[in-house]
Design a protein around this ligand. Structure first.
Ligand SMILES: [Zn+2]
Length: 111
């Protein structure tokens, strides 16, 4: 049993990884960065009518969403900035979900 806190794998970042993010190997801020960038990219694809990769959409709408909700629920000392970013991300994922559903965005499934 090691008591050493796991550290974020991004170069130059020494923040600890919360238990909810161990599988991503990212700290909260870097996870939020990553998820926001991916959500923006997916939204841009939707708006151009380009197919989304099913893995991306699934990651965003299931893994990322569940993780953010988990983080939000489990934050004992919520950092106001992080909380804002989490709420923003949940909102943009919800929008993405709506958009994909309403516009019948084609989803590319790996062969
Ligand atoms: Zn980090």
């Amino acid at each position: 049993m090691s008591t050493t806190a796991r550290q974020c794998h991004r170069p130059g970042c020494s923040s600890a990884i919360p238990p909810a993010l161990v599988c991503t190997q990212l700290c909260v801020n870097h996870f939020l960065d990553e998820a926001s960038v991916r959500a923006e990219q997916a939204f841009a694809y939707c708006q151009r009518g380009e197919p989304l990769r099913s893995a991306d959409l699934e990651w965003l709408l299931s893994d990322a969403l569940a993780t953010v909700q988990h983080l939000e629920a489990g934050a004992d000392e919520p950092d106001a900035d992080q909380r804002d970013r989490m709420l923003e991300l949940v909102l943009s994922l919800a929008n993405l979900h709506e958009y994909a559903a309403h516009h019948s965005i084609p989803i590319k499934r790996p062969a």
